[in-house]
Each structure stands twice: as structure tokens, then as C-alpha cells.
Design a protein. Structure first.
Length: 232
């Protein structure tokens, strides 16, 4: 990354919601930014990013599947990110566009499991091509996007009322420790590992005790991405 500026970093932090949505306040999110997401994403789509290395956008809110909630309604992640594709935002062509979502993506808890040692693979006599089923959509269909989610689709994302969300806690710690040394997808894999080692210890919902969480990311980056310090 050799441009003059590192680039813009936008953080949409939604704590309070309209009563009609019947969503709880997000205690632990630190501040109420009360952003109008549509207006801001439109504004920064038309910003000149020519002298920037990359673009980062973070959403801290409630969510479900492929949507995040603003104060008065839900927004499609596909629509939000689509505006930053190369044909919509030419000054970001061939530049990393990183989106991070701290939000639930469903209503299921991830159950704890134990690894099985010395598993014997089923015998395969011929090389066959099979289709893997998946729940994480590779959206949008443009190059140089990195989509980072606090949890896999369909599951709850956990947040502590005092310390904030597991995902953002571990993400910040990893960036602090390895931000100038490791490549971005290596760091996100490390974040996945750290979050996956956590378990719910104290929760008003007794059914959540002992439950787990694992983040996920989808990379459409075409080059390795490092956040090394710029030379003065």
C-alpha cells in the first residue's frame, strides 16, 4: 500500500432503536452514534479515494442473516456493499474494501463439541468433484472485498455488557499484537480461533450457558494485505 493516505475508516455504532422494531438497547456498545446509514454510504461512495490505500467500514448493531439494523429499520448488507463495487466507486478499483459486521445473524446458539482423535477417512477410490454446501454468501461479486462477520449465518453473536462483544474485543487485541506483522486474513483466522475458545459463563438466559461462537470471513482480495507503518 503505497498511496499517500491509508484511507477512510467508518464505524456505524447503533445502540438505540425505534420502539416499533422491538429490539433491545445494545448495552456495552459504548456510545450512541445514531447514524443514518443510507446517507453516509452514499456520501462516501462518491468520495474520491484516489490517494487512499484502502477502505474500511464497521457496523455495530443488531442483525439477522444478511441484514443489519439501523435505528428505524433493517438494511441489506448486499445493498450496502454493492455501492462500493468498482463500477459504482471507480477510485476504489483494485483497492482493498474491508467490511466488518458485529451483529447477530440468526437465533441459534452454537453448541460446544469435542474433537475426535485418530479419525479414519472414508475410503475413496476415485477423484470426484462434489459441491460443498455453505451458508456464507460471497457477496458482493466484486474483487478486493473482505467481508468479516462476528458469527456464521443463522447464529447468535455474543456481547458482554461491560467489555463489549467477544468478536470486537479479540479483533482489537489481535490488531494491537500483530497488526504490523501478519497479513489480514492471517489475523482474521487468529480472531476466529480466539473467539471460538470462549464460552458463555454468565447470562440471564440460562439456555445460553456454555454455548460457543465462531466468526467467519469471506475474502475476495487479489493481493496480500499488510498494515505496515508508513515511512515518513
Amino acid at each position: 500500500m503505497s498511496y499517500n493516505l491509508r484511507g477512510l475508516a467508518l464505524i456505524f455504532n447503533q445502540e438505540y432503536f425505534s420502539p416499533e422494531l422491538r429490539l433491545p438497547h445494545r448495552h456495552g456498545t459504548k456510545a450512541d452514534k445514531n447514524n443514518l446509514l443510507r446517507r453516509y454510504t452514499h456520501r462516501f461512495t462518491h468520495t474520491d479515494h484516489t490517494e487512499a490505500d484502502c477502505f474500511l467500514c464497521v457496523f455495530l448493531s443488531h442483525g439477522e442473516n444478511e441484514c443489519v439494523f439501523a435505528r428505524d429499520g433493517k438494511l441489506s448488507i448486499r445493498d450496502l456493499t454493492h455501492t462500493f463495487k468498482g463500477d459504482r466507486c471507480p477510485s476504489l478499483v483494485c483497492k482493498p474494501k474491508i467490511f466488518i459486521f458485529q451483529a447477530c445473524r440468526g437465533d441459534k446458539h452454537d453448541e460446544p463439541v469435542s474433537p475426535i482423535v485418530d479419525v479414519v477417512d472414508c475410503e475413496v477410490h476415485a477423484n470426484q468433484l462434489v459441491v460443498d454446501a455453505g451458508t456464507v454468501h460471497t457477496l458482493p461479486a466484486g474483487a478486493d472485498f473482505l467481508m468479516c462477520y462476528s458469527v456464521a449465518e443463522g447464529y447468535f453473536s455474543h456481547r458482554e455488557t461491560l467489555n463489549g462483544s467477544w468478536y470486537i474485543q479479540d479483533l482489537c487485541e489481535v490488531l494491537q499484537e500483530y497488526g504490523t506483522r501478519l497479513e489480514i486474513t492471517e489475523m482474521m483466522t487468529l480472531v476466529n480461533r480466539r473467539v471460538s475458545l470462549r464460552r458463555v459463563e454468565n447470562c440471564a438466559d440460562r439456555n445460553a450457558i456454555g454455548k460457543k461462537q465462531v466468526p467467519c470471513y469471506t475474502s475476495m482480495l487479489t493481493k496480500k494485505l499488510y498494515f505496515r507503518s508508513k515511512k515518513l
